[in-house]
Design a protein. Structure first.
Lengths: 226, 245
């Protein structure tokens, strides 16, 4: 194990000295203290802890998968697996000439629909504003929803997308990963779909294991091919 | 358990207590992180004969809405004893004592948790005492702190807790039910071991200033023992297979 990475719990001193505290750490005197259970990483001038637990907190520009829970005459509310509900204004879907009288919101999105969306704005004062006005965003028509822990999303993506490419390559599935821990898998081949789902669950359960990509490859039966 | 025995010897001439412990020896403690699937974080603790289960939810929406705070998240704690947790059936409705303990545990956890990242939300801590044998508030506080860490709530430090007290004119660590009933003083202490700060300090009984000082020191020593077990519980859940990374 690299001596710059170590396992920490809340209150553990990660390091002391002139470092910039980044994610999940606080500065107390000259000590840098972890605030969560995770893996600490020390860079040249900064320190962060990658959390192994916890809920999803919306960040601007995150791609998330949301589920429509309700709507008013002007907007939808989406469950984005967070402590806040996502707010999707009707103009975003109907365009600028949206009229609350003429347009019926349920004609585009109904309760229970899954949506791939981006967090457009999120601050402390109000619920996060989300948008689907972009390429590859919008209603998801087909696929299976898998829920994993949001703290394990980076592991599922892997370094520069290596893990997800391995799974997609081996199963021919199309996988959309929301930063909020919701993943949609679609695949024409039912066997590939099952395999991809199993691989994702495997990453979720064994996220802390080293050389997980190799294990996933082995499970998918692609070892030695690539 | 039964009633109190006034003739009971709390400390014999060899310095051994009524349950066979030395004066500075805590009871057997076992902590397990996780275990409840539907809660966001959970912990189970066995502290001597105390058995306590803690579940944490949140951060989540606040109901009723008027309790929410636009500047920060709020912490809510419910300490509850099961009807079967004591010798004679306890009425499950919250008693005066349970309401008080909920409040002191909440206030002992507040200096540790960092909730200003989650405005307009609540973190709920549910503590269920399955079996009680003296010192439940300390055991509950220690377990609640593990459950909060398991739920991923940001914390400045863990909160460890242990009681100290006085029985047979001697300062003792980790007061059990008999010593609590027949002893001279009971002092529960909540302590943040890395920040070296006390978050809970209560005292029932009379102590001289010197005894008070010794009692606090003994209690903090107990907290450090509890902290090591809290650490172990979290490491077992999260890092068990990852030592080779």
């Amino acid at each position: 194990m690299d001596n710059r990475r170590k396992y920490v719990i809340p209150g553990d001193v990660v390091t002391t000295g002139p470092f910039r505290p980044e994610q999940n750490v606080i500065l107390e005197g000259n000590k840098i203290i972890s605030t969560t259970v995770g893996v600490s990483e020390i860079y040249d001038d900064s320190v962060k802890v990658i959390s192994l637990t916890g809920q999803y907190l919306p960040k601007i520009n995150d791609l998330v998968i949301g589920k429509v829970i309700s709507h008013s005459s002007l907007s939808w509310e989406l469950d984005i697996n967070s402590c806040y509900v996502g707010f999707l204004p009707a103009q975003d879907v109907f365009g600028r000439d949206f009229s609350a009288h003429a347009d019926e919101l349920t004609s585009k999105l109904k309760s229970g629909d899954l949506v791939a969306a981006r967090i457009a704005n999120s601050d402390r004062t109000r619920d996060p504003l989300i948008t689907i006005a972009d390429r590859d965003l919008g209603k998801i028509d087909s696929g299976d929803l898998i829920k994993i822990s949001p703290s394990k999303v980076p592991r599922l993506i892997g370094k520069r997308g290596s893990m997800i490419q391995a799974i997609e390559g081996a199963t021919n599935a199309v996988i959309t990963i929301g930063q909020n821990g919701w993943v949609v898998v679609s695949c024409e081949n039912p066997e590939g779909l099952l395999k991809a789902k199993k691989a994702i669950q495997m990453v979720n359960e064994h996220a802390h294991v080293a050389n997980l990509t190799d294990q996933v490859n082995e499970m998918l039966g692609t070892k030695g091919e690539s | 358990m039964g009633g109190r025995d006034s003739t009971m010897v709390l400390l014999d001439e060899n310095g051994i207590r009524c349950d066979g412990r030395k004066i500075d020896e805590p009871r057997r403690i076992m902590i397990k992180a996780g275990g409840l699937k539907n809660a966001d974080g959970s912990a189970y603790i066995e502290f001597g004969d105390n058995k306590i289960l803690v579940g944490v939810y949140g951060p989540r929406d606040v109901h009723p809405k008027h309790m929410s705070n636009t500047d920060t998240g709020i912490l809510r704690v419910r300490y509850h004893m099961e009807p079967f947790s004591v010798g004679e059936r306890k009425n499950p409705a919250p008693s005066r004592r349970e309401i008080e303990i909920s409040k002191v545990i909440k206030e002992a956890l507040l200096p540790a948790v960092i909730l200003d990242k989650f405005p307009r939300t609540a973190v709920d801590v549910f503590i269920e005492i399955l079996q009680a044998d003296g010192g439940t508030r300390c055991a509950a506080l220690a377990a609640a702190s593990v459950a909060l860490a398991d739920a991923g709530i940001p914390m400045r430090d863990m909160v460890a807790a242990c009681a100290a007290g006085k029985a047979a004119d001697t300062i003792i660590l980790d007061v059990n039910n008999e010593e609590d009933q027949a002893g001279q003083a009971d002092m529960p202490i909540g302590y943040m071991p890395n920040l070296e700060k006390i978050t809970l300090l209560q005292l029932d009984g009379v102590l001289s200033p010197e005894e008070f000082k010794k009692c606090v020191e003994t209690g903090i020593h107990g907290c450090k023992i509890v902290y090591e077990l809290q650490k172990k519980a979290l490491q077992e859940k999260y890092f068990q297979n990852g030592g080779n990374q």
